[in-house]
Design a protein around this ligand. Structure first.
Ligand SMILES: C[S@@+](CC[C@H](N)C(=O)[O-])C[C@H]1O[C@@H](n2cnc3c(N)ncnc32)[C@H](O)[C@@H]1O
Length: 284
């Protein structure tokens, strides 16, 4: 039974979460590859451009942006967590990339220095989204571009919505009380066109475009139903939901996930519609 209040979000980016994120980096790249491709189509990077990559994690999109702007281009990657930037430097040993540790909400970027800002799932966690996107706006030259991928609202993303419904249905069946996660909490906070237009518009961006993309991705990049279930339990809305519940409840949810995923398994993994949002905008 769910209680009437909701948990606001799912993710605080701290060193513990960074460690868990980095441990899953390799299989996550398999999951996210189709999304990265879609993001770079929207970003449409050209040789010679100067790119700012926001919330870089271990730096996969920073590396791809670097390749896309050669010859003559430059890429800067920023992340709030030192552990992420250390991992990025190790994973992407490209001397020409500039790595910054900093919170976008307060970082003093040089004015009008970049042609393009890109981000793959690094922009939904800002404490003050309008202030943060204003900083990014001011860091881009007039006529410069913004290209980002965010998640849709939880119920609109197969990737997170399907496991969440399995988990809540199981807890309801067992009669276990839980506090539901808000469908627009933290990682889903830039999940619909109205909210994106409101935030980016207030930050000065124009020609704001949003497109939901439901191409199929493999849950967690996992190749077995068991590892897909474990990926769901490791982080995200279901992990948040189960936090603090008895071990038997977690085990029942895991079993329900495995049962459902077994039906979906296609020989390569557990395919689900991604439900991500591609966002583009221009600094006037
Ligand atoms: C979901 S991860 C995405 C990482 C990477 N872009 C990728 O796709 O693999 C979000 C990243 O955003 C970073 N982040 C969160 N809030 C931030 C902020 N205010 N300023 C800079 N980075 C931030 C986190 O530390 C984390 O590395």
């Amino acid at each position: 039974m769910s209680s009437s209040t909701e948990q606001p979000g799912t993710l605080e980016w701290d060193e513990a979460r960074a460690a868990s994120w980095l441990a899953g980096a390799e299989i996550r790249e398999r999951q996210l590859a189709p999304i990265t491709e879609a993001l770079f189509e929207v970003a449409d990077l050209h040789p010679g451009e100067h790119v700012l990559d926001v919330g870089v994690g271990s730096g996969p999109t920073t590396a791809e942006a670097h390749a896309a702007v050669q010859p003559g281009g430059r890429v800067t990657g920023i992340d709030v967590l030192p552990a992420m930037i250390e991992a990025a430097k190790r994973t992407v040993p490209i001397a020409e990339i500039e790595w910054l540790v900093g919170d976008v909400s307060t970082y003093g970027f040089p004015a009008a220095a970049y042609d393009v800002v890109i981000s793959r799932f690094g922009v939904m966690f800002f404490a003050d989204p309008v202030a943060s996107f204003t900083r990014l706006h001011d860091a881009v030259r007039p006529g410069g571009r913004l290209a980002m991928a965010t998640w849709g609202r939880r119920e609109a993303t197969g990737l997170f919505g399907v496991p969440y419904v399995i988990a809540t249905t199981t807890l309801d069946r067992l009669g276990i009380d839980f506090v539901p996660m808000a469908s627009d909490g933290t990682m889903f906070s830039l999940g619909d066109a109205g909210r994106v237009a409101e935030v980016l518009g207030a930050a000065g961006w124009r020609e704001i475009g949003t497109r939901v993309d439901n191409r199929v991705v493999y849950l967690g990049g996992a190749r077995t139903v068991e590892s897909a279930a474990d990926d769901v339990l490791r982080g995200g809305p279901v992990a948040g939901l189960l936090d603090g519940l008895p071990a038997e409840a977690v085990a029942e949810v895991r079993q329900a996930l495995v049962t459902d995923f077994t039906r979906r398994f296609d020989g390569n993994g557990v395919p689900l519609p991604a439900g991500f949002v591609l966002i583009s905008a221009i600094r006037p």
